[in-house]
Design a protein around this ligand. Structure first.
Ligand code: AHR
Length: 627
């Protein structure tokens, strides 16, 4: 086989081509990217009624020493539930408390990762009729090993009082818990208990190791916060941005009824925008358009939802003295965020009210158009993404982009490298906002799945005149709550690794904004696909050529690579490299025990030249990087 690359002929690849899609699924945010250690910090997980569900808090002490209940006495209007703790024992007298006291503990999300030498900030709200002496500690899961402790002693907390302690860990335990204990008889109320590591990413509350994994793939955009999470099974449980902003203590939190877990909404609309800014990715906000999986708002009543979306845009980019921009400014970000992309819903195209399919007369004039018209009127520069797939036939409504989602087998994904070859070049651009190989070909993240996706992505590069954005899905999974397989990044409280699909993303991190070079692959194999890009490295100002080839077949391939059109420039040996992702078995996966079993192996490209013979391993993706 031969690959002919012409380095002097090419066309620009959109700056936005490869990004990420963050959804609150698999505890990706709560108990994941969001570094908050306490789960159900406001005791609201059971909703606003009492008795509420205090899970996963548990009680330290027995019936003779402590009674724990919930009431609606909180000082926070939007989340009235507080925890009431009646301590029956004392440090003196006939009913003595156990030596370590009684109280409550929180294991976080399947154990808190507490590390020696690190400092954790605990904030809580407390009230009592008498004086209090509460020990705040980070301990092992059974409470026997204390990693850090401090006391909150106060004589008058008859009004709700905020207390803050810094705890420096004396030891490491990946399965720790937070304890609030006392040995003093009396009644104490607690509310909004938070524990955060001080070393979160940029101090913005994100788990640093996970953000670094995102930075490593240089995402050009971040689509958030879902997915089905945006829709909700029922509208009453959909993500509502206004409930997710402002001081964390005042957020009501909500039960995500598609992925079936409670979130305190610590990672809310503001935090998503902040994350995008922090990692240099363009925010792509997906908002609810009055449609959930089970219920829909009629187009005749959709205006409040439209206003909600407009308010959300104003929150992101309005002046700091505008109604919603001022709320953002009060949260510490007076400058507008760079929000230029919004999606009207997620996977709602087929729903009755999206395009108004219920009558022939107003066909194409459902909820979508109300949002489209109002947003374009107020913010003409904002790009609007429709949920309707326009890759095969034209849309019946205006849009800047259309969503294209694909979850499929490996062979089908590889074949879809050519999906956009014949798509009309007129009309809106394609946003492949969710794609992944799923099912038995993928397991929980196989090499096979990753190679098929690599082939698909090469196809997207080649069609990047019509496909302007693409993001793998889902991005994260907490291994304790696998709601969806596979995912790009797997983590628990203390560890993380990339699946082969994650490592494939690295092969494409230089593509956005690069030049797609003309290349021709001469072969009679249908298992090969290749592309070549020229990209400029901002760090050294030099241009590099990156040739990527997927061998999706079981035989090794001898390939001659010929690079024409370099002009006077020649290829340098030093700095030219070869990177290969493959493994002994097609279904190999990474794991906490073997996180780099399937990992890109980089070596010097010893025969780097304008003409070179290379060998492609069976079932591999290779990148030849010419300096
Ligand atoms: O990525 C997982 C889910 O797949 C998303 O929530 C949804 O948009 C799609 O069906």
């Amino acid at each position: 086989a031969q690959l002919q690359v012409n380095a002097s002929v090419g066309r620009p690849i959109p700056e936005t081509l490869f990004g990420i899609f963050f959804e609150e699924i698999n505890h990706a945010g709560a108990g994941g990217l969001w570094a908050e250690l306490v789960s159900n910090r406001g005791f609201e997980a059971g909703g606003q009624n009492v008795p509420s569900n205090i899970d996963p808090w548990s009680i330290i002490g027995d019936q003779s020493s402590i009674i724990v209940s919930t009431d609606r006495s909180s000082c926070f209007e939007r989340n009235k539930i507080a925890l009431r703790m009646e301590v029956l024992c004392d440090s003196k007298g006939s009913n003595l408390c156990p030596s370590s006291g009684v109280g409550i503990s929180n294991p976080g999300f399947w154990g808190m990762n507490i590390e020696q030498g690190k400092t954790y900030k605990v904030v809580l709200y407390v009230r009592s009729f008498g004086s209090i002496n509460v020990t705040v500690s980070l301990t092992s899961s059974n409470g026997l090993q204390t990693l850090a402790a401090a006391n909150i002693i106060a004589s008058d907390v008859s009004n709700w009082t905020k207390a803050e302690v810094l705890l420096e860990a004396k030891g490491t335990n990946h399965n720790s818990r937070l304890q609030l204990t006392t040995s003093n008889k009396g009644v104490i109320w607690f509310d909004q208990v938070s524990a955060m590591p001080l070393d979160s990413y940029k101090g913005h509350g994100f788990r640093s190791e996970l953000v670094e994994m995102l930075e490593n793939i240089k995402p050009q955009f971040i689509r958030f916060p879902g997915g089905c999470f945006v829709e909700g099974e029922w509208l009453r449980n959909a993500f509502r941005w206004k409930e997710s902003i402002g001081p964390w203590e005042e957020r009501p939190g909500h039960f995500g009824d598609v992925w079936m877990y409670w979130t305190d909404d610590g990672i809310g609309y503001f935090e998503f925008l902040q994350l995008a800014e922090d990692i240099g990715a363009r925010p792509v906000w997906v908002f609810n358009n009055g449609i959930s999986h089970q219920d829909q708002v009629d187009t005749s009543s959709i205006l409040p939802f439209v206003q909600e979306a407009l308010d959300g845009i104003e929150f992101a980019r309005g002046a700091s003295d505008s109604t919603w921009g001022s709320v953002r400014a009060a949260m510490g970000h007076p400058e507008p965020f760079d929000l230029k992309y919004v999606a009207v819903g997620n996977e709602d195209c087929g729903k009755k009210n999206y395009r108004g399919m219920h009558t022939l007369v107003n066909h194409g004039e459902g909820n979508y158009l109300k949002f489209y018209d109002a947003i374009k009127r107020a913010y003409p520069d904002i790009k609007i993404i429709s949920n309707c797939d326009g890759s095969s036939s034209p849309l019946d409504h205006p849009a800047d982009y259309y969503d294209y989602h694909v979850y499929t087998s490996a062979n089908d994904m590889f074949a879809r490298a050519h999906k956009f070859d014949r798509t009309s070049r007129n009309g809106p651009k394609a946003f492949v906002s969710e794609y992944a190989v799923t099912g038995k070909d993928a397991g929980t993240g196989s090499l096979l799945a990753a190679l098929a996706e690599a082939g698909f992505l090469i196809g997207l590069e080649k069609n990047s005149d019509i496909v302007e954005m693409a993001s793998y899905a889902p991005l994260f999974v907490n291994s304790n709550d696998r709601r969806w397989n596979p995912d790009a990044i797997v983590f628990n409280s203390a560890q993380q690794y990339g699946t082969p699909s994650y490592w494939v993303q690295q092969f494409f991190r230089e593509s956005s904004g690069a030049t797609l070079l003309s290349s021709t692959l001469q072969t009679n194999s249908s298992s090969l696909i290749a592309s070549a890009v020229k990209w400029k490295n901002a760090a050294d100002g030099n241009s590099y050529i990156k040739i990527k080839i997927v061998n999706f077949g079981s035989s090794k391939v001898n390939l001659k690579v010929v690079v024409d059109g370099l002009g006077l420039n020649s290829i340098q040996l030093s700095g030219s490299t070869k990177t290969v992702l493959t493994s002994a078995n097609l279904m190999d996966e990474n794991s906490f025990n073997d996180p780099k079993k399937v990992f890109p192996a980089q070596s010097l490209l010893e025969n780097a030249d304008k003409e070179m013979d290379v060998v492609l391993s069976p079932y591999s993706v290779s990148s030849f990087d010419l300096a």
